[in-house]
Design a protein around this ligand. Structure first.
Ligand SMILES: [Fe+2]
Ligand SMILES: [Fe+2]
Length: 316
């Protein structure tokens, strides 16, 4: 087929698909999708599956800090769940031509993308449960959107089990955060320190604000239904309600007029991964994401270790 004929054919597929999307239809068959839509889905599934792999190396750092056998089992169960998330989303990504095994285990480590906090070692078990409470909550909003709204139906089904487990991680985190908050003065102070460190990562979880977003086509093709701002807002209201009930300090205040929480921290600001601290000085979104691309102290060591498949020996 000449390239002109191919373009005409692609345009026709695109127009037919957009009309069906507009009518609220979902797609079951990969061959019904236009090349552009396929590309958006490929990027979404690739990022999701590779970032689940990075959760493994991060959660592993919690294991030695877990105080008893129950907590150690909880960390191991979380790791197993995350292996499953990487696997299920990886199978989906492979349908779109991604070689997940190469991406995770062979390609240059500098191409592994993840949320920056996944490359900062966990200092203690309290930090782990606060992260579950705050950041599995964030992850859940991110993937719940796909389960509820993705116009490619197999992706929705893939995420059902993933989201069930993310919800469980979050509730596990809530339960133990509350437990340690009430346990002793020392553990309460540790919960507070963990919140100070982790809360801003939740704010930053959802990427750039919608007006600066680099992948607006996710919404156009109804791969997603919620924009970044909407998800961030949902996470904020839900996290603040939890932290308020706890009685903790966090950088947000309740606006009586709108009946909503709004952040009081500089947004965005840079983190200092070596010292587990935030600059408290506003920077631009570009500066923040450039900063985050440097990764944390676990890069590249944690990925190299994953590739050497030393998991089993070190875990027990
Ligand atoms: Fe996950
Ligand atoms: Fe999780």
């Amino acid at each position: 087929m000449s390239s002109d004929a191919q373009t005409t054919r692609d345009d026709a597929v695109e127009a037919a698909m957009l009309a069906r999307l507009e009518a609220g239809e979902m797609f079951e068959d990969i061959d019904e999708l236009s090349p552009r839509y396929k590309e958006i889905l490929r990027q979404t599934a690739e990022i999701a599956s590779i970032s689940e792999v990075s959760v493994l190396t991060w959660a592993c750092t919690a294991y030695p800090t877990a105080p008893d056998i129950g907590a150690k089992i909880a960390v191991c169960a979380t790791i197993l769940d995350e292996v499953g998330h990487a696997y299920h989303q990886g199978i989906l990504a492979e349908q779109f031509g991604v070689d997940v095994h190469s991406r995770a285990f062979k390609d240059d480590i500098k191409f592994i993308w993840t949320w920056p906090i996944m490359e900062v070692p966990i200092r203690n078990y309290i930090e782990f449960v606060v992260m579950q409470s705050m950041l599995d909550r964030a992850g859940l909003h991110w993937t719940k959107d796909l389960e509820l709204h993705c116009s490619y139906a197999p992706y929705r089904r893939t995420l059902r089990k993933v989201n069930f487990e993310e919800g469980f991680h979050m509730r596990h985190g809530n339960f133990w955060t509350e437990f340690y908050w009430n346990h002793s003065e020392e553990t309460r102070a540790m919960v507070q320190r963990s919140i100070d460190w982790i809360f801003p990562f939740g704010v930053m979880w959802f990427g750039k604000p919608d007006n600066l977003k680099t992948r607006p086509e996710q919404l156009k093709y109804k791969v997603r239904g919620w924009g970044n701002d909407f998800m961030r807002e949902k996470w904020l209201q839900s996290s603040c309600a939890f932290l308020k009930k706890l009685g903790a300090d966090f950088p947000a205040e309740f606006d009586e007029e709108t009946k909503k929480w709004r952040i009081t921290m500089p947004y965005p600001m840079k983190y200092d991964a070596e010292n587990y601290a935030w600059s408290q000085e506003q920077c631009t979104h570009d500066e923040y994401w450039q900063h985050s691309r440097k990764g944390g102290p676990m890069r590249p060591g944690a990925y190299e270790r994953l590739r050497r498949e030393e998991w089993g020996d070190k875990l027990w």
